[in-house]
Structures are given as structure tokens and as C-alpha cells.
Design a protein around this ligand. Sequence first.
Ligand code: KG4
Ligand code: ZN
Length: 334
Amino acid sequence: MRILGIETSCDETGIAIYDSERGLLSHALYSQVTLHAPYGGVVPELASRDHIRRIIPLIKQVLTESSLLPTDLDGVAYTAGPGLIGALLVGAAVGRSLAWTWQVPALGVHHMEGHLLAAMLESPAPTYPFLALLVSGGHTQLVQATAIGQYQVLGESADDAAGEAFDKTAKLLGLGYPGGPAIAQLAAQGAADVFTFPRPMTQRPGLDFSFSGLKTHTATTWKNSAQTEQIRADIARAFEEAVIDTLAIKCRRALQQTGLSKLVIAGGVGANQRLRQTLTALAKELGITVYYPRPIFCTDNGAMIAYAGYLRLAAGQQAPLGFKVQPRWLMSEI
Ligand code: KG4
Ligand code: ZN
């Protein structure tokens, strides 16, 4: 079974073809970072228009790179939410229409389910049950996954998602967009232990997160400092360490609470090197296994949508001829 995957929920046009026999055949990604950078964040209308420009050439590209014709495809999966409504509509309209033209089934995929399953594109792939740490620009969640579609959210952020905290804090520190890579790069120049920031919500029991206070704390520290380049780097380091440490504390707690022995990382913040080092050390200490997608599949991509779509289409699911996108869509509603 060969599935075309289309991801257009935010500022990346991601297209891929997944083959159930041969694995991922090809993937292509167009990032709109330079388009939005002058505005310091994603401008939804510009995002939608750019997806329209990129989507068909990228679909042609992955078909060529896989040496396939449209008639070789068995289905089309597109991200149906959550995300920016205009951006989602581009992928859904194109995906649904192509599937109709090609007379194959189509399916709208939940973006976070795509992230959750991305590590399964790697080898060795995790098997159920596992604990997933979903850390993206819009979500921070700890999820117990027992089978495809069987996801129990154990904890989540009450306010900013981890990636959002990176992005907003970067802006407050006068760094570029997207903030995650910008902070990570600067933090590498920062000295340890010059500043120590709080690890929010770790003193009380539970698996929920809150990052907006940490963001404010970081901004205040910067405002009240001498504002040298070195101090900015030291602050970036303290912020990054606080976020990563908080995520690790909650992962440890969730693993102990559930008794699960596999931890799967997903979402854009999963590309962060310090997070990967910290969780690898935690896994070693606890005697469990941690799984990461390759960094390019941590951030938004078409491969995860093709794969999640394959699993659901293979199970017989498909969308009716119309299509629906959901800018807000809880994982419990899949
Ligand atoms: O999963 P993703 O591509 O999109 C959403 O579904 O939101 O995640 C994007 C987020 C952004 O907030 C970005 O700043 C963050 O992931 N990010 C990182 C890194 N790379 C991307 N955060 C920390 N360190 C990184 N290296
Ligand atoms: Zn995403």
C-alpha cells in the first residue's frame, strides 16, 4: 500500500510517500521561515498562500523521486487539524481532490497523532505500549499510547506549550523566529549556573506543565540585567535548562507512575540537543529505552502524515467525499 501524505497545518509544506512494504520512499519539505521571519512569527494568510504555491510542485517532486505515477498510489492522507484554518484547508482541499481524481481513498489525519507516530519511521521502531512526550509549538503533552488511536493524555500544559515558550522567550530576548533553534544556538555560548531558573510545577504532584511564568521570569531577568551578549547567552542557557529539566522531571514521574519502559519523543522541541542528551541519560538511569524521530521528522513534515494515514487507511478508515478541517481538535476525539 502506498500513501501520499500532505502536511500544511502551519508554516511548512511537507509531502511524502510511504510504502507499507518498502517504508518511506521520498519526502520533501518547504519551510516558510524566511517568509515569516520579518514579522517575528507566522502570518496565517501568508502561510496559506505559500502552501498554495508549493503544494503541487512538491507532490510532483516526491512522485518523481519515488519513480511512481499517481496510478501507483493507494490513498492520500492530509492533516485535518489542529492548525491554522487557511493552511489546513489548502492541504485538505488538494489532498481530497487528488484522491477523488485518482479514485483512491482519502483521510484527514490528526497532526499530533502524526507527531506521536513519527518515531516509528526509525529503526528500531518503538512498539506499544509507550509513553510519549509531545513537545511542539502548540502542544506539550504526556500521552500513554497503548495502540493506534488509543491515547490517554496524562498531563499537558495549562498555558504556553514548550515550543511556544521558546518562541516567545526568544522574541523577548531580541532573538529571531523560530525561537527554539535560536535559543538553543545562543545557549551553547552561555555559562552554566550563572542563572538558575525555576522548574515550574515540579514541586507539586501531577503531570501538567506551565511555562508562561518561566517566560516572564526570563524576560524580567534580562530586563534587569546589564544586557551584554554574554548575559543574553547565560540567560538563554538558564531558560533552556529549566524547560528541559522540567520536561525530564515529568517524564521520570510519568514513567514511574505508569511502569512503562519505552519513552517516545515527538514534536519540534524534540529536535533540541540538550533535551535529547538529558532524556537519553534519564533512560539509562531508569533502564528504559528512549526513541526519537530524526530531527527533521521532529518538526512538521509529510512523512509522519503519510505514515499515520497509512495505518488508518489500512485499517479501513476513510473520509467521505467532502472534507472538514478542525483548527482545534483534541486527541481524545480522534
Ligand atoms: O512540531 P512543530 O514543527 O510544529 C508544531 O506542531 O507546532 O514544532 C515547532 C516548535 C517551535 O516552537 C520551535 O521553536 C520548536 O518547535 N523547536 C525547537 C527546536 N527546533 C524547533 N525548540 C527547541 N530547540 C530546538 N532545537
Ligand atoms: Zn507540528
